[in-house]
Design a protein around this ligand. Structure first.
Ligand SMILES: Nc1nc2c(ncn2[C@@H]2O[C@H](COP(=O)(O)OP(=O)(O)OP(=O)(O)O)[C@@H](O)[C@H]2O)c(=O)[nH]1
Ligand SMILES: [Mg+2]
Length: 454
């Protein structure tokens, strides 16, 4: 195995009074020795068995916790090294005590993602699979989790590998002609052209999942913006089926951003209810309004809300002038008590949704409008099998450019050395995705985004 030192980390979230179980994880050659020094059990230390016993302070013999221990002997473990998991009581103290003892007994604190990095370096996972582990942990919707799991099971890796292997075969043919031109039959140029066209098609298909992948991972930030009393907080509450935001008939009720997390068709959506925008002399309200304006600017999509009972007002127009360059949906709320001519003077906005937030009416229309905006309907969402991330998309774009270059090179009848150069760079870019060809600094960058203990 690649590394000598033994790493340790708390693998579960540490929250006082919460989490009935807390797990501390060790990986490396000292794992068993450390575990045996601090865990007393009557059971024998057999791999892949659960042991019951007590955590004790080795010097004093003082019992610190009652726990279960899992020993997973190399190479049948997550990292392919000896791994020990202490399943202690949750909260913060038991796991911290175990962590401290492991450190005193010779382990070192694991860096973020270091367990998974070892799994990668020891050949248990490829890089795309390793990234899926972090995505699974960070998934904010069942669909995002499904994509991550598909990645972990190697769906993306297999597709990339098959394209890469075609490129490697072509490269072998080409290089053989460079070295032993006289001894071999000429290249079947048409066959190679076809294979490259096929490879390019697959690359483009996978690349087309990048945007949806990003959406599933990052989600969408949506800000409800408008003048006071139009029903912004009522919308947040109706949509999130909660009473998170205070609703009153007094204009200026909301003073700060109120947030709620939703999932619409697999897309995680962060909804921000904001303070109604108006000219105000109240200092607190003015600070709130400044936050509303910031939220509007930072959102991926603005739900610009107006009141159908009053129709389009000068204040609405003023706000609209500030936000009209941003992506927005015009929400006409209180349609249940709309005035006769509420549609008069409405600006020509691409998307308009009518609703009655207080009556729970129009939420589906709103969700449909949002899905339209992100161009993801339920059909594509459920058919989505792979969703690549930004790093993978960048590498795949490089592969696409190189493959197109190969096509050009062939078209222009350039010497075989040129074919070889372009093919090699396509192969390198594809290899970056699964990790056959990556630098140490890239690995550091990827794994540092993981959580500690993963
Ligand atoms: N009839 C009717 N009343 C509504 C509807 N939505 C909200 N209201 C009422 O409008 C008033 C203001 O609602 P809020 O949700 O507090 O409005 P807001 O836009 O958050 O207001 P500020 O926080 O002051 O900016 C309340 O009395 C709500 O009950 C609706 O769809 N129909
Ligand atoms: Mg409000």
């Amino acid at each position: 195995m690649f590394s000598e030192d033994t790493i340790v980390a708390i693998a579960t979230a540490i929250v006082p009074q919460q989490g009935s179980i807390g797990i501390v994880r060790l990986s490396g050659s000292l794992s068993l020795q450390i575990a045996q020094a601090l865990f007393v059990t009557r059971t024998s230390w057999q791999s892949h068995h659960v042991l019951y016993g007590h955590i004790v302070q080795p010097e004093t013999g003082q019992t610190l916790d009652e726990a279960l221990v899992l020993f997973m002997q190399a190479p049948r473990s997550y990292t392919k090294e000896d791994v020990i998991e202490f399943h202690c009581h949750g909260g913060i103290i038991p796991v911290q005590q175990v962590l401290q003892l492991c450190l005193e007994l010779g382990a070192r604190l694991a860096k973020a993602g270091e367990f998974t990095m070892r799994a990668f370096l020891n050949g248990r996972l490829d890089l795309a699979q390793a990234e899926s582990v972090a995505e699974l942990v960070g998934a904010r919707s069942p669909l995002a989790s499904k994509m991550a799991l598909a990645g972990l099971e190697g769906k993306l890796s297999k597709s990339i590998e098959s394209i890469r292997s075609v490129c490697l075969d072509i490269l072998t043919e080409v290089e053989a002609r460079i070295d032993f031109e006289d001894d071999l039959p000429p290249l079947d140029e048409q066959e190679i052209k076809d294979q490259i066209a096929q490879a390019l098609l697959k690359v483009k298909q996978i690349l087309s999942t990048a945007e949806q992948g990003e959406l599933l991972r990052q989600g969408l930030k949506v800000a409800i913006v408008g003048r006071p009393n139009v029903g912004k907080s009522s919308l947040l509450n109706a949509w999130s089926r909660s009473d998170r935001a205070i609703v009153t008939d007094l204009p200026g009720t909301t003073r700060d951003i109120v947030e709620s997390q939703l999932v619409v068709n697999g897309i995680p959506i962060q909804v921000l209810d904001t303070a109604g925008i108006r000219d105000s002399s109240d200092q607190v309200e003015r600070l709130g309004i400044a936050r509303s304006q910031q939220a509007a600017q930072r959102a991926d999509l603005i739900l610009f809300t107006i009141d159908a009972q009053v129709g389009w007002t000068n204040e609405d127009e003023l706000i609209y002038q500030q936000i009209k360059e941003f992506p927005l949906i015009l929400l006409i709320n209180k349609i249940d008590i709309a005035c006769q001519n509420y549609q008069q003077a409405l600006p020509s906005v691409k998307k308009i949704v009518e609703m009655a937030a207080a009556k729970n009416q129009g939420i589906e229309d709103l969700e449909r409008a949002i899905l339209d905006y992100v161009e993801l309907d339920s059909l594509t969402a459920s058919n989505l099998e792979i969703a690549i991330n930004q790093r993978q998309s960048a590498a795949l774009t490089m592969a696409q450019i190189s493959l197109e270059q190969v096509q050009q090179t062939i078209e222009n009848q350039l010497p075989l050395d040129f074919w070889s150069i372009d093919l090699r760079s396509a192969i390198a870019s594809l290899g970056e995705i699964t990790g056959q060809e990556v630098s140490e600094s890239l690995l550091e960058r990827i794994f540092s985004r993981f959580c500690i203990g993963k």
